[in-house]
Design a protein around this ligand. Structure first.
Ligand SMILES: Nc1nc2c(ncn2[C@@H]2O[C@H](COP(=O)(O)OP(=O)(O)OP(=O)(O)O)[C@@H](O)[C@H]2O)c(=O)[nH]1
Ligand SMILES: [Zn+2]
Length: 316
């Protein structure tokens, strides 16, 4: 697969995927899935998009945009999907399995704006979701150009999780792309989530560049050399790397977000072993280290209330 290493690397290929190859798989092509349809998958090899030939009974619902697959280099017949580094998924109704939304996203830009819609509990849910998916969350606070005290929003968001990066931007300005460049660049994959109207489209357009919603010069041709038009889900960013923007990512809602709480609430998680009872709910129990921390003023009582609520939901 050496002949592809440059192009593959730009698409996000690295040793995590390379190490999964068996000896007899070295001659296969690696493609990055950029389109998942009912009976069809498309994948990128460098800048070229191909239809992937699917064996009978392949369920495309088992694939997500951002997945890496191996295929025959000539026929593009699917061989197998590689293990994922990260996976964004949505809770389904009832006992149905979760719906796959995007795979191998390195960084999730959680977008909120510096105005009356700003809501810490909502940000916590998005953070829990990012943690659960295995992605690195970065909070992007838009409309900083319209706020009287944008730093105050930044301060509040920064307190939500240890080591959390919080970036103030005007999503309409190219400076936003520069500020987010540490998480972009060749080989990086990002996705953007957040409530309606916070500036997700605006931010994606700024990251892609040139004011166009275009796709970074991706050519479209199927295995027979026919040109096809497919809604693109993986957009090349001007500074390198890819942003996944799909209806699936955009419509993630609160119901989908209730896991990954241990990382988000590390200050609570770390106190719990000091509680007298192993199954302490930090609500009323004697000898509770968490309640003691609240009483001592070292733990924010609002955080405990929100933790309890999310905890109950995630068990729900
Ligand atoms: N001044 C300013 N306006 C912004 C900024 N970000 C977004 N906007 C404006 O806010 C409005 C909503 O932005 P969108 O990008 O459509 O928001 P969205 O999150 O994609 O919204 P949905 O499609 O409903 O999910 C638009 O009019 C943008 O121009 C910003 O940082 N500063
Ligand atoms: Zn306790």
């Amino acid at each position: 697969m050496a002949e592809h290493s440059g192009l593959l690397g730009q698409l996000g290929w690295d040793s995590f995927f390379e190490d999964q190859l068996a000896d007899d798989e070295a001659k296969l092509s690696a493609l990055r899935i950029d389109g998942v349809h009912r009976a069809r998958l498309t994948g990128l090899v460098g800048p070229d998009q191909f239809d992937i030939d699917l064996p009978a009974r392949t369920d495309t619902a088992e694939f997500a945009v951002g997945d890496w697959v191996l295929a025959d280099p000539l026929t593009r017949m699917l061989h197998r999907r590689l293990d994922r580094r990260t996976l964004l998924q949505r809770a389904a109704e009832g006992k149905r399995p979760p719906q796959l939304v995007a795979a191998n996203v390195d960084t999730l830009f959680i977008v909120a704006s510096c105005n009356g819609d700003f809501n810490l509990a909502r940000l916590e849910r998005y953070l829990a979701f990012a943690n659960d998916a295995g992605t690195n969350p970065v909070v992007v606070l838009t409309k900083a150009d319209m706020a009287d005290d944008a730093q105050d929003f930044e301060r509040q968001a920064s307190g939500l999780q240890r080591g959390l990066a919080v970036i103030l931007v005007n999503a309409r300005s190219d400076e936003a792309a520069a500020a987010l460049q540490p998480w972009c660049g060749p080989g990086a994959t990002v996705a953007v989530i957040g409530s309606s109207g916070v500036g997700k489209s605006t931010l994606v357009n700024t990251l892609v560049g040139n004011g166009s919603q275009q796709t970074g010069g991706v050519r479209e041709s199927d295995s027979k050399g026919r040109h096809t038009t497919t809604a693109r889900s993986l957009h090349a960013m001007a500074g390198g790397g890819w942003v996944i923007d799909t209806p699936g990512v955009r419509s993630l809602n609160m119901k989908d977000l209730g896991q990954g709480l241990d990382i988000l609430f590390a200050e609570i998680t770390e106190l719990a072993p000091n509680c007298k009872f192993r199954n302490c709910t930090h609500d009323h129990e004697p000898g509770c280290a968490v309640l003691a921390a609240v009483a001592a003023g070292t733990l924010d009582p609002d955080r405990l209330v929100r933790w309890r609520k999310l905890q109950a939901e995630s068990r729900g």
